[in-house]
Design a protein around this ligand. Structure first.
Ligand code: ZN
Length: 239
C-alpha cells in the first residue's frame, strides 16, 4: 500500500502517521459505503466507525483522515442508487469538512448542530448550521433539534440520510462543552431515527466524537445510539 498521496499536515492530531492508519481509515470509509447500501435494503444500517467529518477533500484535520460520509454519498449517487442525500451531523463539533465538500451542491443537504464556541474555530457554511451555547442541556438541545429537523428533512427531499451520531455533547466530555445526559442523547437518536422512518427515509448511522472520562461513558453513549436504531426497527416490526 502506498501513502504517497495522503498529506498529513499538523491538523491530523494523531501521533502516528503510518500505513496502518491509512488502512484503518480506508476500512472505516468502506464501512460507511457498505452501510449505505445496507440501509437502502434494510431501512437503517450502522457503521461501528466513521463519521470523520473534519476531513476535507484534500485536507486531513481533527482526527479525521477521509470523509467517509462524503465518499459514501458520492458513491451511491454515481451508482445511480440515490439522487439526493441529507447529512445530519449532531457531533458537538461542526462538520466543517462535510460542509465544504458539498458547498454549492444542491443534491446534498448538510445540517450541522454544534457548539458555537468549539472546534473548528473557523466554521464552514453548511446548508443549515445551528449553534449551541456552552452548557446547553437536554431540554434546550432537544427543543432546537425538534424545531429544525422537520424542515431539514423536508427541504432536503433526499433518498438517503446520513446521521453522524457523535456522542461528545455528553456532559463531562473533555472536548464537548455541552451538558447532555445519556438519556438526552438517546432521545436525540430516537427523534432522529423515528423522523427518518416516518418519511420512509433510509438511514445510515456512523460514529462521531466521544471523549468522556472514563471512556466507558462514551462507549455507553455510542451503545445507546445502536440500541435506539435497533429499537426503532423492532417497534415497527411489532406494528
Ligand atoms: Zn466531535
Amino acid at each position: 500500500m502506498t501513502v504517497a498521496k495522503v498529506h498529513f499536515p499538523r491538523g491530523i492530531a494523531f501521533p502516528c502517521k503510518s500505513t496502518q492508519l491509512v488502512a484503518r481509515s480506508r476500512a472505516s470509509v468502506f464501512g460507511t459505503v457498505a452501510a449505505a447500501h445496507a440501509a437502502l435494503e434494510d431501512g437503517i444500517a450502522c457503521n461501528l466507525a466513521g463519521g470523520t467529518h473534519h476531513a476535507f477533500a484534500a485536507e486531513v484535520t481533527g482526527f479525521c483522515v477521509f470523509n467517509d460520509i462524503a465518499v459514501a454519498a458520492r458513491a451511491l449517487q454515481r451508482e445511480g442508487l440515490i439522487g439526493r442525500a441529507v447529512i445530519v451531523d449532531l457531533d458537538v463539533h461542526q462538520g466543517d469538512g462535510t460542509a465544504a465538500i458539498f458547498a454549492g451542491d444542491s443534491s446534498v443537504f448538510t445540517f450541522s448542530m454544534h457548539g458555537a464556541k468549539n472546534f473548528p474555530f473557523r466554521k464552514q457554511k453548511s446548508s443549515l448550521d445551528v449553534e449551541l451555547p456552552d452548557g446547553c442541556g437536554d431540554g434546550e438541545y432537544l427543543a432546537r433539534l425538534e424545531e429544525h429537523l422537520p424542515r431539514v428533512l423536508e427541504e432536503a427531499d433526499a433518498q438517503l440520510l446520513f446521521f453522524q451520531a457523535g456522542v461528545d455533547p455528553l456532559e463531562g466530555d473533555r472536548l464537548g462543552r455541552l451538558k447532555l445526559s445519556l438519556d438526552g442523547l438517546r432521545r436525540r437518536d430516537r427523534l432522529e431515527l423515528r423522523s427518518a422512518r416516518a418519511l420512509k427515509l433510509p438511514a445510515v448511522v456512523t460514529l462521531g466524537g466521544g471523549y468522556a472520562r472514563p471512556v466507558s461513558l462514551s462507549v455507553e453513549a455510542h451503545l445507546g445510539t445502536f440500541r435506539e436504531a435497533r429499537g426503532v426497527l423492532e417497534r415497527e416490526d411489532e406494528l
